[in-house]
Design a protein around this ligand. Sequence first.
Ligand code: TRP
Length: 336
Amino acid sequence: MENITSTEKKKRIFSAIQPSGQMTLGNYLGAIRSWVELQDKFECVYATANLHAITVRQDPKKLKENTTNLFALLIAAGIDPAKCIFFHQSQVHAHAELSWVLSTYTQFGELSRMTQFKDKSAKHSDNINAGLFTYPALMAADILLYQADMVPVGADQKQHLELTRNVAERFNGIYGNTFVVPEPYITKTAAKVMSLLDPSKKMSKSDPNTKSFILMVDEPATIMKKFRSAVTDSEASVRYAEGKDGINNLMEIYSACTGLTFEQIEDEFRGKGYGDFKNAVGEAVVAQLEPIQIRYKELLKDKKYLEELARQGAESASKLAERTIDKVYRKVGLVR
Ligand code: TRP
């Protein structure tokens, strides 16, 4: 019998995360964990998006430290350089090169409509730089360089992916088939994690109240304490329902960590109080994060090893990226 799947070419995935400080439980359950799962099914190319990070002012020492820490944390979480290509965006020249070319195929009007640009320029009104504006062209370059078939993105990056598709189609329309036009990849297992204190808002590390979010590196005791102070309601019944945003959020987190369905969770906590439930959620989160924290601390002891992993990743990435940039320069008429 012929095995078709073994000879079929795996689809390629690209994604990147900005090294902008600490990762939260929301980043883990919403994105990082699905990156890990995707490695077994697809050819995955992952990067830290440090070039994107400088569109807002950064302290150089901190940026470098955050970038290395993120790299280590993702490996600790299960991103395996033996299974995927993992590197820092700044290590592969072609990102900046293709970004420049693509920015000349991206319209001012299109970029002006990006909601992230509007939000960020309102937030950083003293530094509305050109890079903040052309940010989506760099993101398009990231994706198109690797001819990615699919990009796992959250809601906040959907508009940028749509723009990437438009730019790819525009370029292909002028010069003939050059880029794979990428599709968004929606992961079923990704959980949307809300603030523990205001469950109508997304969990965010920029919230001034640190009790509203869980960091991936929070001590187990801190995690337990934060869950104990999570906002719930006065009904004292663990069930998923409208108007129970706090409990719904805790159920979502518990489900994501244990694999239990909402029904199974309701059965488990029937007749029990919120105190028991909050403890169980805290313990389930600690069970996920503690092994990652241990590996993370271990990895950070050997910076040379981390550098070597990134260097190897960048080398593999460059090989793929060079093919695309060669093709693009040739089509556009640029001397190489
Ligand atoms: N802009 C993305 C974010 O802030 C990070 C990113 C950079 C990215 N390049 C990408 C995500 C390419 C997906 C694909 O979340």
